[in-house]
Ligand binder design. Sequence first.
Ligand code: CAO
Length: 409
Amino acid sequence: MRKALEGVRVLDMTHVQSGPSATQILAWMGADVVKLEAITGDITRKQLRDVPDVDSLYFTMLNSNKRSITLNMKSDKGKELFVDLVKKFDILAENFGPGAVDRMGFPWEKLQEINPKLIYASIKGFGDGPYKFYKAYEVVAQAMGGSMSTTGFEDGPPLATGAQIGDSGTGMHAVAGILAALYQREHTGQGQRVTVAMQHAVLNLCRVKLRDQQRLAHGALNEYPNKEFGDEVPRSANASGGGQPGWAIKCAPGGPNDYIYVIVQPVGWAPITQLIGRPELANDPDWATPEVRLSKLDKMFQLIEDWSADHDKWEVLAKLNEHNIPCGPILSTKEIIEDESLAENEIVVKVDHPERGEFTTVGMPIKLSDSPAEVKRSPLLGEHNQEIYGNELGLSESDMADLKASGVI
Ligand code: CAO
């Protein structure tokens, strides 16, 4: 079966997480993604290693289905080969520190000259302005995109979220931009520049917090658990962030992840009162409507917790769902990796690797009926030098040996 992006070629100069997460999605959609690495390799090959001398899980889980070539972009011969490569690819993706590609000698204007059809996608920490030349990592973007100030408990410090919204979140935004540029190219025949800033992507994901910032001008945010409000959106712990109240309530036996997140929609209140053994509250004027419950959400969730604390989260999940009440047990990473339904959905998948053996990774979250993704292992460093430089660019064995000896590949 043909894949959605079959025939599309990506020269992938990305490293660490944000960029690789984007090009991995393109690879799963069928693009030929060739990862161009410095001769020392993407730094994450060696970071957080669990097995000595073997590419880390950090690398192998973000670079599936790609090929790898090495190229020293600071050598003259390296720059020459790069020009030959750029002519053969549809997309160039990178997330180097600001200005790095320009310093390599390849500003956008030059890349366009070399290949007018090229789509050049860059991820940076920030957009134009005072931060433009600053480097960025995941939590830096969370800090400056509105996530950290709104995450955590009111009386605690700002918190980072475990979801990599700054890195992989930005990567997914980049995928959208690249696909749109590819589609536009069908009509114009021209490539274009795609840029995504990590701060902007996090802010996009924190959109509702800017909603609340403006609501503050008209009074308290009543669905928040906070009692007092200043002129900034406060951290609201586990409040739902939406129009229906929610909270994480305790379940048995009381371990760190024995919680379930419960949303109380208006229609859910009556069945909840039955379940928790307080049927009289269904029609009690002090409890019956969302409006009267709003001022005492903490007490409402406490009532539910008085019941849930005697049942494990799976039991609570089943019972609440019998009444169509939206809820979700807090799943630990161990529970997720062992979850059969996630494996059946091929979102948790096992992949074989020639050096590390079998490992588990997260599969393709976007399902295309006519272009199913098949997760394959990440490449070893420079594994495809022969295929690309030899077979495609026509370099001889002795050329390749010279390039290797002189540190170009
Ligand atoms: N050949 C020769 N040199 C190469 C090369 C190659 N193939 N690939 C990269 N380099 C060089 C670059 O040219 C650069 O050199 P100069 O600074 O001398 O011009 C150097 O490697 C360092 O690149 P860098 O700034 O990207 O790397 P860093 O480790 O110092 O910073 C990071 C890492 C992530 C902070 C930075 O890349 C960055 O801010 N990226 C944009 C934001 C981003 O994506 N952050 C996400 C990080 S986690 O996903």
